[in-house]
Each structure stands twice: as structure tokens, then as C-alpha cells.
Design a binder for this molecule. Structure first.
Ligand code: NAD
Length: 256
């Protein structure tokens, strides 16, 4: 689907997306590619990521996205991917820290090792990706970092405390980094998706009872789709958001 808005300053930009191969990330990858950005994305979902690159080629985007297989739990691999993307596309000026995994876990089954693994997926790479792109954004004279939060903890959702803690902590990281990076023209914001109807969410969790919950919670009718999240990410990445930093931008149909 074509994005509703076109941001001329995003054409040719070097954009790095974590978890850009499926779900919301795939909508981000496509939306930025359709703006003419040079997108590099990392993911562990090989088949879906390769299919996405192919489908962007079929859309005849000017710069087909570059897929770099990478497990974000490996910070060395993440750093190498950021370097490679910068070498291929020029200094990265947009970082979308999108990857996460909302695996459910009962409180009594959580071990210290499991807890650390959830942080290694949902929290740690957000900081280390920002650290890795910093020299490139400094060289380029500025940039935009978008960290992905979640309404889950705001809605007091249970069944995944490691995830909700990691997602809540993203707000603190955003506000701290926004201060550290701001003088260098680098904006840092949190994008908070509502309950977004990705294929995975529909397959695993969106039961008829959940549909009723969405209807009761959202003030807007209809469903929040990955493309709605991508529209906000495009705005935050572009110069249209020039004086927006250290804030959270919620796209949840008015639920929270
Ligand atoms: N879908 C929703 O309803 C919803 C709601 C609130 C917040 N969010 C947030 O939006 C973002 C995207 O959500 P989504 O629903 O598309 O998630 P998802 O789980 O469907 O997809 C995330 C992507 O990250 C990749 N990924 C997972 N672990 C990885 C790892 N170790 N290394 C590299 N890549 C990895 C996955 O393969 C996938 O492509 C996340 O930050 C999530 O917390 C989503």
C-alpha cells in the first residue's frame, strides 16, 4: 500500500530498521522504500525477509532494501550490520528500533537465564543500535531515532512481565538519549503502537473476545494496521518533525 504522505527529504536517506522483515517492520521497510529511502534491515526471519525484498523489487522501488541476517542478541553482529549498511548506503540518518518479541511467560516459570534472554531481545539492542549509529549520524550532521514502545504495559496487560518491563524502559532510554544526542541534531522519540493487526497477532491472539476488547477500548472504529504505524514513523523520521524529540507518539485508535 502506498503511504498517504510523501516526504521529499526521505528520498535517498540511509535508513536502518531492526526486525524489518515481518509484521510492523515489513510495513516500515516497504513504506521507506516507497519514499525512495535506502533501507537496510536486520532480522532472523530469513524466508519472510527475502520474500519482502523480492516484493519491494516487484513494486519497482528505486532502491530495493538490503536484508542483513542478524540475531540482535549478538551485539557484535548488530554493530557489524550497522557498519555494513553505512558503507553500502552512506551514513545512516534514520534508525528504527522496531524488533521485539512478545512471547508469553508465566511468572513461576521465569528463570534468570530466561529473563536475561528477553532483555537481550527486547531491550539491550535498542541502546546498542543507537550507540552504533551515533558516529554516522554525527558525520551526517543529525538524524532521527525512533524507539518502539507498547501500549501493553499502559493497559496493565499480564502474562509477559519481562516484555512489559522492557517496553516500559524504552521511554526512559528515549528521554535520556534525547538529551545526550540533541545538541548534535539527533532527535530521539518513542513510537507507541496500539494493538496492531499483524498476521502474527491475528494468528495467535485476536480471538472473538479480543475483538470485543478492542471495540470497547478504542475510541475509533476499525483496526490499527501496520501501515498506520509506518505513517507515524515516516513523519518522525522526516524533517517535518524537526522540533520533536524526547516524546512519545501513540497510534492506538485512542485506547490509552
Ligand atoms: N503488533 C502489536 O500489536 C504491537 C503492539 C504494541 C507494540 N508493538 C511493538 O511494535 C514492534 C513490532 O511489533 P510486531 O508485532 O511487528 O512484532 P513481531 O514479533 O511480529 O515482529 C518483530 C520482528 O523482529 C524480528 N525479530 C525477533 N527477534 C529478533 C532477533 N533476536 N533478532 C533479529 N530480529 C528479531 C522478527 O523476526 C520480526 O520480523 C515491536 O517493538 C513491538 O513491541 C507491537
Amino acid at each position: 500500500m502506498q503511504p498517504k504522505a510523501v516526504y521529499p527529504d526521505l528520498a535517498g536517506r540511509s535508513v536502518f530498521i531492526t526486525g524489518g522483515g515481518s509484521g510492523i517492520g515489513a510495513a516500515l521497510t516497504r513504506a521507506f522504500a516507497l519514499q525512495g529511502s535506502r533501507v537496510a534491515f536486520v532480522d532472523i526471519a530469513l524466508d519472510e525477509s527475502e520474500a519482502l525484498v523480492e516484493s519491494c523489487r516487484e513494486d519497482e522501488v528505486e532502491h530495493p532494501p538490503l536484508f542483513i541476517p542478524c540475531d540482535l542478541r549478538d551485539i557484535g553482529a548488530l554493530r557489524a550490520a550497522v557498519e555494513r549498511a553505512g558503507e553500502r548506503h552512506g551514513d545512516i540518518t534514520v534508525l528504527l528500533n522496531n524488533a521485539a518479541h512478545d512471547e508469553r511467560h508465566a511468572v513461576d516459570r521465569v528463570t534468570p537465564e530466561y529473563w536475561d534472554d528477553r532483555m537481550a531481545v527486547n531491550q539491550r539492542p535498542v541502546f546498542f543500535a543507537a550507540q552504533a549509529v551515533l558516529p554516522q549520524m554525527q558525520r551526517a550532521g543529525g538524524g532521527s531515532i525512533v524507539n518502539f514502545g507498547s501500549v501493553s504495559w499502559k493497559l496493565r496487560q499480564g502474562g509477559m512481565p519481562a516484555y512489559t518491563m522492557a517496553k516500559a524502559s524504552i521511554h526512559g532510554l528515549t528521554r535520556g538519549l534525547a538529551r545526550d544526542f540533541g545538541k548534535q541534531g539527533i532527535r530521539v522519540n518513542t513510537l507507541v503502537p496500539g494493538w496492531v493487526m499483524t498476521e502474527r497477532q491475528l494468528r495467535l491472539w485476536v480471538t472473538p473476545a479480543a475483538e470485543k476488547e478492542i471495540e470497547a477500548g478504542q475510541v475509533l472504529a476499525g483496526r490499527v494496521m501496520p501501515e498506520h504505524i509506518a505513517e507515524m514513523a515516516l513523519f518522525l523520521a522526516s524533517d517535518a518533525a524537526a522540533m520533536c524529540s524526547a516524546q512519545e507518539f501513540v497510534v492506538d485508535g485512542g485506547w490509552t
